[in-house]
Design a binder for this molecule. Sequence first.
Ligand SMILES: [Zn+2]
Length: 289
Amino acid sequence: VERCLAVDIGGSKMAAAVVREDGVILARSFAPTPRTDQAEDLLSALGGVVAGVREAVGGSMVCGVGCGGPMTNDFVSPLNIPGWRDFPLRDRLSEMVDLPTFVDNDAKALALGEGWLGAAQGERNFLAMVVSTGVGGGIVLDGRLLDGAAGNAGHIGHVVVQPGGRRCSCGGRGCLEAEASGTAIEKTTGGSPADAPPAVVARTGQLVGRAVASVANLLDLRLAVVAGSVALGFGPPFFDAARAELDALARIDFAKGARIVPGGLGADGPLVGAAAVGWRGRRAASAGG
Ligand SMILES: [Zn+2]
């Protein structure tokens, strides 16, 4: 059975795993993302995480990576990792692990993973979202993951949900990420999202539901899978508020009845998704010649 070296890079944590092509995870390793503006220090921390699964890597055919956005093709500039701006992650990691390497946005990776083994199995049209430190998304339409011009399609964190709202790290105002991310909740409540009062939980759900309604209306899809530490940590009160807003705003016939469900892969979602990025990349490369 083939193996993929899967790597997930987020603002607070870096993780690696070896994933079999049936989705079984053979080994895993993680470390906090260093707080540094030095690109090479970040890369060596990542090297340490990958070394943690080295014994299981033997037999891997490909490396797949999910990384915070945005990115321009294979150059990443994650908003949450200021040390990497236009960093050539694919080339540098490929050199390090000596495997064909494919990089994609972490939320697009999650969409692939949820469609493969999670809450969107068998669905040809759905949105997958991550609501954690930041807010990201990936869209599968007509059975295909959307990429867009530079690979950022589905980046729902920067859809405006609150006109004239809070300033966003992207430079805009009132973006979903500026209003509903873990970072935004920390700034407005002065505490961790885990301690957020019920009104903040409900408002966060409402804003996520609002963004999902726009996507459902725009793209003729009726399923949103929502994962990420903030959404899953808030649990049912968050999802109830999101569903109520979605029901209120997705009224056109084809979007009516659209559903919001929690991610089905739990904590493994990002790594399973990263593995799916690896295999998708390899399939595309072999189809292209
Ligand atoms: Zn924004």
